[in-house]
Design a protein around this ligand. Sequence first.
Ligand SMILES: NC(=O)c1ccc[n+]([C@@H]2O[C@H](COP(=O)([O-])OP(=O)(O)OC[C@H]3O[C@@H](n4cnc5c(N)ncnc54)[C@H](OP(=O)(O)O)[C@@H]3O)[C@@H](O)[C@H]2O)c1
Length: 418
Amino acid sequence: MSYHKKLTIGLFGFGVVGEGLYRILQQTPSLKASIKKICIKHADKKRNAPVELFTTDKNVLLMDPEINVIVEVINETEAAFEIVTTALKNGKEVVSSSKKMLAEHMPELLKLQQSTDLAVLYEASACASIPVIRNLEEYYDNDLLHSIKAIVNGTTNFILTRMYEDKLDFKQALLLSQQAGFAESDPTLDIEGYDALNKWTILLNHSYGIVESPGNIVFSGIQNIQAGDAKVAQTKNQQIKLVAQAKKLLNGKVAAFVLPQFVGNDDQLAFVKNEYNGVVIESGFADKQFFYGKGAGSFPTASAVLSDISALRYSYKYEYKKLYHHQPHELTDDFYLQVYVSFQDLSLIPRDRFEWIEEWHARDERKYLVGAIHFRELKNNTWWKENNNSLILLPDPIIENIEIRGLKKRSLELAGIV
Ligand SMILES: NC(=O)c1ccc[n+]([C@@H]2O[C@H](COP(=O)([O-])OP(=O)(O)OC[C@H]3O[C@@H](n4cnc5c(N)ncnc54)[C@H](OP(=O)(O)O)[C@@H]3O)[C@@H](O)[C@H]2O)c1
């Protein structure tokens, strides 16, 4: 596609993102991109755009030879996958914001991009307005990327911020986020961590060349975090954040997960409040870099879609350098985490599976312990996110190698729990 080629867009979806894109494109005529047709689901909804633009027949867009770009911003995963694959097979480039679809179907999409030699761009799918995918892809060489940690879900960050600053309990903070328009009426995908997990699955590919199914990545949300946990954070000059992170270990393998974490008030992520997102990248020689911005919303998300559309004018494609040009990294589950676990019922905590327990508060309003646990214990079991238990990582939680055998039993004995 030459630089001056006009882009004729077929747009799927006219909701928060789709309508935002339509408005922005009206204000950026220099882009030489115009929407020829918009496919939506419900024909009878009232739209703020000329009625002749709309259709409910996807083939009107997918079979139109004049349309050379399909922008897919719908909210149905399998329909989105079908639209994107058909578009590619019909020779059209694709821009998408559908993180769930991208996370679940990346292997098929990688194959199709290779066989068609067409672009699928999706900057809006992770951290919306923050240009993190293209940065990871273009700027950070494989060997130099030591770690990446991020707040990738604005709804949970809004709830945690309000719990911390206004001393609300979880339900009050959730209600507030719904009133502010951040949480959906069914907020499960956000608060139980699924949305963050999908975004992290996408970013792992561009950070480390790891293509993993979301189901294989350890994660939890914030559904069991209580006001008492936020209080503990406050006494330690820390805040609780839902943090997605990946770190290259000394053996070259990558530890990755999405879990709540205490972050010190001087950590860059503590600066990320309310619905904002933030990404901290640690790389060789450059130390830390911090990206900050809106991770959702009509115009912020549409601006990332627009940037992808604009990139198509100069034939930009993700090269998946970490995956194809380097030796891709592997995930490991062989490391330990320092954790805080709060609970209601002590009998539901398998204390003997901790490597050690160094703090133990059984009489506080929110009972909790602090200790170290092997990552595999979290991978293979779910007790730590059930029955109102909440597991929150300590700052800098990864321990790669510990001489624990003797210590373990002794520390459990000292704590009087075996
Ligand atoms: N909202 C954000 O801030 C944000 C940020 C980043 C990524 N995303 C992602 O972007 C996508 C769109 O989000 P959104 O918030 O804009 O959703 P939305 O407001 O719920 O709008 C969804 C749109 O998709 C249309 N649609 C649904 N199924 C369709 C189908 N089978 N064929 C054609 N059109 C269909 C709907 O049609 P009707 O209008 O007829 O119902 C509606 O216009 C989602 O994958 C979301 O995860 C959203």
